[in-house]
Design a protein around this ligand. Sequence first.
Ligand code: UTP
Length: 291
Amino acid sequence: MQEKQVTKAIFPVAGLGTRFLPATKASPKEMLPIVDKPLIQYVVEEAVKAGITELVFVTSSSKRAIEDHFDTNYELEQRLQQQGKTELLEMVQNIVPKGVDCIYVRQPQALGLGHAVLCARQVIGEHPFAVLLADDLIDASVSCLEQMMTCYHETHASVIAVQEIAKADSEKYGVIDVAKNWSGQGPINAIVEKPKPTEAPSQYGVVGRYLLTPEIFHHLAKLPPGRGGEIQLTDAIARLLNEQKVMALAFDGTRYDCGSKLGYMQAMITLGLKHPELGADFKHYLQNLIF
Ligand code: UTP
């Protein structure tokens, strides 16, 4: 089979963020900062580092701040230039590196993650592509998407990122079924969206990174609403499984569910402690606070 490079990524950012109200009433959850960078910038950096050059944002009317963040701000740049703040100037000018394009597609109604991905179909065409969810921040020495790319190049199959979850949490995840002796990377037998703990086929839950072959769109286009009345990406992957191999990868790294308040606070603390300028002072502060 001829290998196709993965150069396009979809960032679905049109959800309502109800778990993070009231902060997300008028501001996009994807713009919540971890220390000094919004969540969406972390996943964009992860994608670009893994070789993605076309960033496709599936957005909605209440998410304009995301477009502004990745656009030029002439007034700010001029001011920084006049003030000789060249480091800051370079930082804001390189949020989107040269050679990388941003494309915006609207999801008119929040009909689910699967529907959001389907909205980008025309832009993706017949290419394999990545999907990254900004609210899943993954801290890893080799990024999660790079680990998935390696798996994709070995198998030419769709790859979904998974992590071990508590059985009681299965209703928050898509859950995969894998062979009994599964070692952290391999084909899946089945996938179900948010099963009851008693019905969960394994303790591996899907997190917000997918590498998908374009055939997924055929299934998304025909799907009826699933769990919660939404068009579920998980259901389309289940149908794709009838015709293609789909791999799961238990990546090396720590994932923070920044769509939940607790996960967001955990990410802020961990990345705050690792921050090159603030980490030492922050650690000192926390030590005094706790002991
Ligand atoms: P979530 O279910 O985590 O996001 O969807 P949400 O709906 O915004 O948040 P809650 O559950 O109400 O708190 C995962 C990702 O898919 C996007 C979201 O923006 C998020 O990044 N999404 C979800 C869409 O783009 N469109 C949708 O219709 C649903």
